[in-house]
Write a protein that binds this ligand. Structure first.
Ligand code: PLP
Length: 427
């Protein structure tokens, strides 16, 4: 099929994320991807600034990950997980437990980040229901977050600036606090913590859990906050009998400079959600991990099981490639790579602060963000980056990169030029 015909059929039949039907803007046709480069059908090669939305931390066609999938294919690609188990899933669960903060000992494997958040919420609600406290069924969060596109996750996304306003009145009504102020380096504001406590205390009898993205709020606004707010949250949740859920679907597996972002704060949640980079971006897999306290609580209930069981739960191919991705991360090389990328992005993006129309430039771990004073014309900005040989996907007022950890210094410099071109096309 030639690229023109492919695009015609794409427009006619294929939904894209947050897209209309029939399609209006033509997506770019990718033919292959290797290392940090996407190869388009017209032969252009683009350095990938997005790591396929946080996921492809080792780049594409990594020989170790390719081999893991091929080896597993030779044994079995999928079997149901009800009544059966297998080494790839059990190995992965054990490794996640070992890597996770605190006492997160029980792993629910599922297909996508949104479902991991659904499962985490079900764990929290069922924990309180089993304890005879079914009034505790609401969630609290801070505004500006993003937790996925199914119903519970949508209900804890930003209710105002966010993408799910359409569903106002349909979604479960949750409790919102403002996002933590100040950025990653600003000191913790005791006034903010006191206000947070007032909110949580007032709603504690109906709150099952607080759910937040630790240190980096991603798709809700690419905002960073001081880890001290997570310590405060842990204390407040303990004091007011509320479970704490960390959504590390974007931040997990090294992106912020720690293996899990919770480590910046030295605290552990009661439930942890992971996804995206779990398989190095190869296959769709996510997980919700909980503590023995949560699992035991659920087991003591009138319905002593966690009533969730996706068809593709524990998919062996996905688990095998996740184990191989953890092998790569186990070498520890990611730490130096993330620090190197962080320094490269900080140096390369800093000059954009002086550009009129740029409101902020911020870097944390292997994440670089330029915020503009007004909305970014997404297609024009992306095209400007493509002209520099760079793939970006800006949204709202944000032009940002979170590249694969294997991106070398010259490609980081190229990414920064791509961001600069996108900024120029936007302000
Ligand atoms: N939580 C966070 C923090 C995310 O960034 C995302 C996806 O961007 C999700 C949840 C949802 O994950 P998925 O797209 O795999 O459903």
């Amino acid at each position: 099929m030639n690229a023109q015909e492919l695009l015609r059929l794409d427009r006619a039949h294929v939904w894209h994320p947050y897209g209309p039907m029939p399609g209006t803007a033509d997506p770019y046709v990718v033919e292959s991807a290797a290392g940090v480069r996407l190869r388009l059908a017209d032969g252009r090669e683009l350095v990938d600034g997005m790591a396929s939305w946080w996921a492809a931390v080792h780049g594409y066609r990594h020989p170790v990950l390719d081999a893991a999938v091929t080896d597993q294919l030779g044994r079995m690609s999928h079997v149901m997980f009800g009544g059966l188990t297998h080494a790839p899933a059990v190995t992965l669960a054990r490794r996640l437990v070992e890597a996770a903060p605190g006492e997160l000992a029980h792993v629910f494997l599922c297909d996508s980040g949104s479902v991991a958040v659904e499962v985490a919420v079900k764990m929290a609600l069922q924990y309180w229901r089993s304890a005879g406290r079914s009034a505790k069924r609401r969630l609290a969060t801070w505004r500006g977050g993003y937790h996925g596109d199914t119903f519970h996750p949508m209900s804890v996304c930003d209710p105002e600036g966010g993408m799910h306003q359409l569903w106002r009145g349909v979604l479960p009504a949750q409790v919102f606090a403002p996002p933590p102020p100040g950025g990653a380096d600003a000191p913790v504001d005791p006034g903010y913590v006191a206000a947070l406590e007032t909110t949580l205390a007032a709603h504690a009898p109906e709150l099952a859990a607080v759910i937040v993205e630790p240190v980096v709020q991603g798709a809700g606004g690419m905002r960073f906050h001081h880890p001290g707010y997570l310590r405060a949250l842990r204390e407040l949740c303990d004091a007011h009998d509320i479970l704490l859920i960390f959504d590390e679907i974007a931040t997990g597996f090294g992106r912020t400079g720690e293996f899990f972002a919770a480590a910046h704060a030295g605290v552990a949640p009661d439930v942890l959600c992971v996804g995206k980079a779990l398989t190095g971006g190869y296959l769709s897999l996510a997980a919700a991990l909980c503590t023995p306290r949560v699992a035991r609580g659920i087991s003591r209930g009138a319905v002593p099981v966690l009533a969730h069981g996706p068809t593709f739960m524990g998919n062996p191919l996905a688990c095998a490639v996740a184990n191989a991705s953890l092998d790569l991360l186990d070498t520890g090389a990611w730490r130096a790579d993330v620090a190197r990328i962080s320094a490269g992005l900080a140096a390369g993006l800093a000059p954009l602060r002086a550009v009129p129309g740029v409101a902020d430039v911020r870097v944390l771990g292997a994440i670089g963000v330029v915020q503009t004073a007004g909305p970014v014309p997404v297609d024009r900005a992306a095209a400007a980056a493509i002209a520099e040989g760079v793939w970006l996907r800006p949204f709202r007022d944000l032009i940002y990169v979170m590249p694969p950890y294997i991106t070398d210094d010259s490609d980081i410099a190229r990414l920064c030029r791509g961001v600069g071109a996108a900024v120029e096309a936007s302000v």
